[in-house]
Design a protein around this ligand. Structure first.
Ligand SMILES: Cc1cc2nc3c(=O)[nH]c(=O)nc-3n(C[C@H](O)[C@H](O)[C@H](O)COP(=O)(O)O)c2cc1C
Length: 222
C-alpha cells in the first residue's frame, strides 16, 4: 500500500495496513514445560529463517522512579540462568540498570508471526565471561568499545574517528585490554510470554511464571 505524504492521508493509510496472521497456531500440548527449552526452539527457527538479525531484542529498562526507556541489543548467550548481552556499563541503560535492576526483553520475529516477552532482574556477568567475549570480537569492535563513552554527547564524528585511529595505532598487533566500563548483563527471567499470531486476531498467548515449585503455564486472552 502506498503511504501518502499528506499527514491526514498518511494516518488513514497506516490505520488500513492490515494483514492476517496465518502461519500456524500454538497449542499447549506443543509447549515445553521449561520456557528456556521453548525459547531455544523458537530461536533456532528464527535463526533458520531469513532474518538479518534474529538475535536482536528490545531491552527495556527504567529509572528508579519508573521512567522507562528501550533500545535494541543483541543476544549473545542463553544459558539455564538467563539471557546475556554486552554493553557499556556507563551508558544510559547501564546507569538505569544500576539504579533499578528490573528489565524486560522483547523479540519480534515477523516472518514467523511470533513475539516473545521476557521479564526479570539483572546481574552483571563475571569479568572472565566479559573478557572471553570481548577477546572474541573483531579488533575494530574492541577499539570502538574502548573509545566510546556510550550515550554521552560527542562534539563531532571527526573527534570519534580521531580517537579510534589513535587507539587503533597504539594497539596495532597487540591485545586490547577489556575496558573496566564494558561487559555483560544477564537478565534472570521470572516471566516469559510466547505469542503466536492467528487468524481473525485470535492469537495464541502462553505465559510462564516462575513459582516456588517451578514454572506455571497459562493461556492468555489475545
Ligand atoms: C540491531 C542493533 C543491535 C545493537 N546491539 C547492541 C548491543 O549488543 N549492545 C549495545 O550496547 N548496543 C547495541 N545497539 C545500540 C543500542 O540500540 C543503543 O543505541 C546503545 O546501546 C545506547 O543505548 P542507551 O543510550 O540506551 O544506553 C544495537 C542497535 C541495533 C539497531
Amino acid at each position: 500500500m502506498e503511504i501518502k505524504n499528506n499527514s491526514a492521508q498518511r494516518s488513514e493509510a497506516l490505520a488500513k495496513l492490515r494483514r492476517e496472521y496465518l502461519h500456524k497456531g500454538l497449542d499447549e500440548s506443543e509447549l515445553d514445560a521449561d520456557p528456556f527449552v521453548q525459547f531455544r526452539h523458537w530461536l533456532d527457527e528464527a535463526i533458520a529463517a531469513p532474518f538479518l538479525e534474529p538475535t536482536a531484542m528490545t531491552l527495556a529498562t527504567a529509572t528508579k522512579d519508573g521512567k522507562p526507556s528501550a533500545r535494541v541489543v543483541l543476544l549473545k548467550k542463553v544459558d539455564d540462568r538467563g539471557f546475556v548481552f554486552f554493553t557499556n556499563y556507563e551508558s544510559r541503560k547501564g546507569e538505569e540498570l544500576s539504579e533499578n535492576p528490573n528489565a524486560s526483553l522483547l523479540f519480534y520475529w515477523d516472518a514467523l508471526e511470533r513475539q516473545v516477552r521476557i521479564e526479570g532482574t539483572i546481574e552483571r556477568v563475571s569479568k572472565e565471561e566479559s573478557k572471553a567475549y570481548f577477546d572474541e570480537r573483531p579488533f575494530a569492535s574492541r577499539i570502538a568499545a574502548t573509545i566510546s563513552q556510550q550515550s554521552r554527547v560527542v562534539r563531532s564524528r571527526e573527534e570519534l574517528e580521531k580517537k579510534f585511529d589513535e587507539l587503533a595505532m597504539r594497539y596495532k598487533g597487540e591485545i586490547v585490554p577489556l575496558p573496566s566500563f564494558w561487559g555483560g548483563f544477564r537478565v534472570l527471567p521470572g516471566l516469559f510470554e510466547f505469542w503466536q499470531g492467528r487468524e481473525n486476531r485470535l492469537h495464541d498467548r502462553f505465559r510462564y511464571s516462575r513459582g516456588a515449585h517451578g514454572w506455571r503455564i497459562e493461556r492468555l486472552s489475545p
